[in-house]
Design a binder for this molecule. Sequence first.
Ligand code: GCB
Length: 592
Amino acid sequence: MLTNLHSRRADGTVESLDGTWRIILDPYDTGMINILGERNRQGYFRDFKPRHAGDRVEYDFDTSLEVQVPGDWNTQHPELLYYEGTVWYRRLIEVAEGSETAAHDGRSFLYFGAANHTTHVFLDGEELATHEGGFGPFEVEVTGRLGAGTHSLVVMVNNRREPDRIPAMRSDWWNFGGLHRSVELVHVPATGIDDAWLTMAPDGSLVGGVSVSGPDAERLQVRVELAELTIDELVPASGERHTRVDAEAVGHLERWAPGAPVHHPVTWTLYDPSPDGTIVDRVHDEIGLRTVRTEGNRLFVNDVETYLHGISLHAEGPTGGRRASGADDATELLSWAVDLNANFVRLAHYQHDEAMVREADRLGLLSWCELPIYWGIDFENPATKANAIAQADELVIRDRSRASVILWSAANETLPGEARNDFITAVIDRFRELDPTRLTTAALLTLPSADPETTIDDPLGHAVDVIGVNEYLGWYYGDREAIPDTTWKNVFGKPVVFSELGAGAKFGHHGTEDEIWTEEFQAAVYEAQIAMIAKQDDCIGLSPWILKDFRTPMRVLPGIQDGYNRKGLVSEEGERKLAFDVLADWYRSRQT
Ligand code: GCB
């Protein structure tokens, strides 16, 4: 398990495998299965080359299409825009005699930031691992397999929508396929740190953990240092160890706060306690210290009552309607949130890139992180549930040291029922088990009633700490004029976030407030929503839908949608609509 450490090791132990890869499209899974339905022994994963003139090899990676990794395959070749199915990726890894990779005597892993959706990893023709879930990080051990020479890394990625997958058959976003986040080769010592995290609990104490594995784990010790403090000495280092530090010990360290992010260096050192004290492994991080808690229907960050001036966003690049990845996309997208005067981002509807969460942390933006448990999940299926828990693990283990993250969200718009309640409650329990310091939530589908008052009573409200309500007053439900007088009754006595609201508008399309798809129509819905939300007593904030227009096959209206959901405050090319200023002005007025 290295899911939160790849980016924190010293330079030289991580080699990027990003760049140009070759791909073969395989809608019939020919590269995997032969005509008898068995594993194809000549399959693409063998990366065969003809050895003499008569050899029949019916594929050739060397002359196949090229794509860039990280990146979705859909937007790199026009003919792949709608492609869903299997794509085989191949990259050659050249290992020079005497290079660090050839000489490494510890353990080595391939780290995948994410691959949508189901992945089989082969090295030199041998299948090493499979992974399910399109947005979580995973690693594959390749220790001892990368001696000097040329190695063929083949990755089969399949993004077919299936009823038992998460997400399942329908989602209002593009099902971008492929290796859409970075791939790295990571070298670690034979006995090394697998996982290390540290974060502040609601009472101001620190909670964290470290896990170490390898043959010498019993003999070694771990030292945890935060800023100038040595906060923990763990003996022995094997297995998973927890860290707890009293609030007084760290009370003098400056806090991270929304809009005022402060970070402190933290180091975990694995060392030999014998007199020579040899350092065996070390990882670094920069963490913020802040508390977050609710009290009744209020939210407190660092004991200051806090209102979430938010915006939702998809992981779609700032321009070009492609899957976002990496630091540059994160910086640009989140700079728009800052221009909006937001202090909060809802990273919908799945695990975003780690770069996004780190950038939010750097900028001082509170964050909501979410799993793709979305419409139509097979809640009765134990395998689907197991995958949901695995995806929760990947998300929390990767991001639980980030001060910006205050909410783990289990789901979006799921229909009440016993199986649904059990399934999502299990995910929420898992969030709490892995991270007892943060709040949990889910965006509930609360259909407004015909009365001016709607009761929020989805039973999932019992399980979560903060209730997300997706309403679309003035768009899917009711008239705009009725919005300001609408009220919401919440039977749970917990805080509510209006996690979605909005209206569609095409950038540059102007008219009256009553003409749908105009910027004026969208702006008027925002004004009416603000009038309502400002009066809603147990509301702790909002994350309207959405920062930027995003690609989706569900939105087909020619001349207006053309394959994009138009509820963005910004067009798919980054142009701001009138509603952007309506929200930005309201958020600014509340800061002062
Ligand atoms: C919702 C969904 C979101 C959609 C949005 C819409 O309630 O949560 O994924 O994109 O509505 O635009 O309809």
